[in-house]
Design a protein around this ligand. Structure first.
Ligand code: GUN
Length: 282
């Protein structure tokens, strides 16, 4: 079994971006800028945004976090996004999800200028990604694709089971895999017999937020297992959606949690923001 070390690859990518930021500043006098909009007091969202802001600072980006109370109106969020769309120092706009229930998430995402949609959530980018055109791609699935590339895990013709069908992770993940010529099964909470799908897969990719969902008897010998889960236990420790201690014994490759996919998500956000800055109209 080989561990897939996302922390190490993310750190390599961030070092490269740090160098590239210096060059971009020298050649075009551009400093990449990211605006994050954080609504409400969800503890996990606050902690993710803190990590994203720190990563921006570490690579030399300009970044701002707009914190808003959960009582904020949809119109006020839209007004802030419109302002960021117009702000020439801002290359990327990220609205941390989930949003409070009274806010229409789709409406909010559709207001973001697709050229600044570094999360790859705008329907314009989702559609382009689906058809294999150049686009911003959602950071977590993009990070998983980079891990496959780094570890020379070939996808062509492989049976891949994606567990979880969210707009942020499962659906874009499945699309990228189809574009890479894998045979993809997408499972979700209405799937009748999850194990019957995971057991037949060469690669299992799980992002559900259900701790310990994937057990040893649900994966075949030699499978590649990618764990996108990020669950905080009462004692404060972080675990994924895979029963790592037992499943890892059967795998050819597996991502740890923490230190697997999580750091790659942040590295891809930086990479997308850098790409947006490079294309800035000046
Ligand atoms: N909430 C959980 N994951 C993400 C993400 O990748 N981007 C945003 N904006 N919100 C999230």
């Amino acid at each position: 079994m080989q561990l897939i070390d996302g922390k190490s690859l993310a750190s390599k990518i961030q070092s490269q971006i740090t160098q590239d930021v210096i060059k971009l500043k020298e050649s075009k006098n551009i400093t990449p800028g990211l605006a994050v909009i954080l609504v409400g007091d969800d503890a996990a969202s606050h902690s993710y945004v803190k990590m994203k802001a720190k990563a921006c600072k570490d690579v030399g980006f300009y970044s701002i976090v707009h914190e808003m109370p959960s009582s904020i109106s949809q119109e006020e969020i839209i007004a802030t996004i419109s302002m960021m769309n117009q702000n020439p120092r801002i290359d990327g706009i990220l609205v941390q999800l989930p949003l409070p229930k009274h806010i229409d998430t789709t409406k909010i995402i559709e207001v973001i200028d697709p050229k600044k949609d570094v999360d790859g959530f705008h329907p314009y980018n989702v559609g382009r990604m689906m058809t294999g055109l150049e686009s911003f791609v959602a950071c977590t699935p993009l990070g998983v694709m980079k891990l496959f590339e780094e570890y020379n895990i070939n996808l062509q013709g492989k049976d891949v089971c994606v567990v979880g069908a969210s707009n942020i992770v499962g659906k874009p993940m499945a699309n990228l895999l189809v574009n890479a010529n894998a045979t993809v099964t997408v499972t979700h909470i209405y799937t009748k017999d999850l194990a019957s799908h995971t057991k037949n897969a060469d690669i299992v990719i799980v992002g559900t937020g259900v701790q310990g969902l994937i057990k040893e008897d649900m994966v075949k010998e030699g499978a590649v297992v990618i764990d996108i889960g990020f669950n905080r236990l009462e004692n404060g420790s972080i675990v994924g959606d895979v029963d790592f201690a037992n499943v890892s014994k059967k795998c050819s490759y597996i991502t740890p949690v923490p230190g697997g996919v999580g750091p790659m998500t942040i590295a891809m956000l930086l990479s997308n923001t850098f790409d947006a800055a490079q294309k800035r109209d000046i």
